[in-house]
Design a protein around this ligand. Structure first.
Ligand code: KDG
Length: 311
């Protein structure tokens, strides 16, 4: 099936302790697949959409695991690059009792950090391009690839969806992070910040003000994620708030990616923005009920059942 969505970014292997003691004390870890853009891809594929993930992994066991898993999920990896000279990135994650994560990255000089403009030439296709603020943070070369992707998507009339996904630990400094992410937001059609990301970028925690500022910069639609509370959304036609769903949160990592997948899915299905945001909130809620960055992403049937049970 021809991809409806293209996305580009770094995927990694994540290890999470399965015994007491966190990263320091635990001797047993569970392996999983991580990476915001591949999480979104899996979310979309499970909802029945066609999606292409473009990224660069090592030719090592972890790279093979990532590509094999994505393929089994139905994600198009035909343009992914296997890099024999560099390793696949890895990260470790311990989760607190409230489901918040403490992460430790081992991704410097990873295969993905060598992502380049050449790797993307002729690869982007579909109605939507989804990008995050993680990719420009990992290296200059990956940042140039994102710059090219935005340009190419614009030329092809694709709708650009941007999740800032701020990871300050990956940036050289905060002003470079702010400047780069605001530039990407201004070149995007749909921007999906969390409220604290809005505050970092624009100096306000007021969702309406965040949306207004991003729209004044050029974004057509803005959806501000308010965690378990729900989400605020705004475009030319609709302004509103969609409440969150009450669930027991086991692992918050990946909630924003599930949200993005739900939103894209709703828009691909032709829903109005408010209804797409409701689907996004439901996706985020289901995703946090399982441990793992992408393991909790529901199929379409599971999502519909969840929404019906919580209506
Ligand atoms: O949004 C979840 C991702 O952040 C996670 O899967 C790992 O991509 C990742 C990152 O860079 O933190």
């Amino acid at each position: 099936m021809y991809p409806q969505v293209s996305t580009v970014g770094e995927s990694m292997v994540v290890f999470t302790p399965v015994t007491e003691g966190g990263l320091e004390g635990s001797s047993c870890f569970q392996r999983g697949l991580a990476g915001a853009e591949s999480n979104v891809s899996i979310g979309l594929a499970r909802l029945g959409h066609s999606v292409r993930w473009i990224g660069r992994v090592g030719t090592d066991e972890f790279g093979r695991y990532i590509l094999g898993t994505l393929q089994r999920e139905g994600v198009d990896v035909s343009n992914a690059i296997a890099d024999a000279a560099h390793q696949t990135g890895v990260y470790f994650k311990e989760i607190s009792e409230t489901g918040e994560a403490n992460v430790r990255y081992y991704r410097r000089n990873s295969a993905a950090s060598y992502l380049s403009v050449d790797n993307l030439t002729g690869c982007l296709t579909g109605q939507y391009l989804f990008v995050t603020g993680i990719t420009p943070a990992i290296s200059h070369s990956a940042g140039s690839a994102i710059d090219y992707a935005l340009h190419d998507a614009r030329t092809q009339n694709m709708t650009i969806v941007f999740d800032p996904n701020i990871r300050l630990g990956l940036w050289e400094n905060t002003s470079l992070a702010r400047e780069t992410l605001l530039q990407i937001a201004a070149r995007s059609d749909i921007v999906l910040p969390g409220v604290s990301e809005g505050n970092f970028l624009l100096g306000t925690s007021d969702p309406a003000e965040i949306a207004r500022s991003l729209r004044a910069m050029g974004a057509e639609r803005v959806v501000v994620k308010l965690g378990r509370v729900g989400a605020y959304y705004e475009d030319q036609q609709e302004v509103g708030f969609s409440p969150g769903f009450a669930v027991k949160q086991l692992d918050a990592v990946g909630a924003g990616d599930a949200f993005a997948a739900g939103l894209l899915s709703g828009l691909l299905d032709g829903l109005f923005l408010g209804n797409a945001v409701r689907r996004a909130c439901a996706m985020g809620a289901v995703a946090v009920t399982a441990v793992g960055d992408c393991e909790g992403l529901p199929t379409r049937n599971e999502l519909e059942r969840f929404i019906a049970e919580h209506e």
